[in-house]
Write a protein that binds this ligand. Sequence first.
Ligand code: ADE
Length: 222
Amino acid sequence: MKFKILTLFPEIIEGFFSSSIMAKAVERGLIEYEILNIRDYALDKHKKCDDYPFGGGAGMVLKAEPLALALDSIKAKDKTVIFPTPSGVKYTQQLAEQFSKESEIVLVCGRYEGIDQRVIDEYVDHEVSIGDYVISSGEISSLVVIDSIYRLCDGVITKESLEEESFQGKYLEYPHYTRPAEFRGLKVPDVLLSGNHRVIEEWRCKKRYEKTLNNRPDLLKD
Ligand code: ADE
């Protein structure tokens, strides 16, 4: 899987690709990435990438030209262009799974009030929203999307880890504990120390159901 990220703040993206599980996946050749600095594609001498919105209104809009030139520089025919935006469709695990099967994903990181609509019309395949709130950094929403995708790619993490987590099925995850068995007087549930795998499995099923009922009853509707 290859990621290409268009951004005005490459350092935010670089930090993610050079840390933790992602850094290992890159080192092992499972994931490739390229960061394109949108400013490098601005043609005027001040390298201006934003401008006032036509029709008035607050804030600035990312200009079409530098974004379009950066996107034109990506030659891969088979690529999926994603623009994270609060106006997008709800981003879900299902979409992450769909995107993880692609060979090349391009992410456009917005800033300010948004990007020129003509770039969306001409280049973007999917506008996605990571939730019903607004954040100021398109880099962060792009990283959320990247993180949800790369971990599903073959070999990045074990199949068992993926199978048990929230949203793989319809229930949220059960609670986890690790050593020590007692922390500040708080004990790990006895069942987890019993060594009886059938009983542990039953307990985990019950906890997943309880957690889903409490935190996300909407998931149990059908
Ligand atoms: N950029 C700002 N807010 C966002 C959101 N909720 N989803 C995706 N991108 C965003």
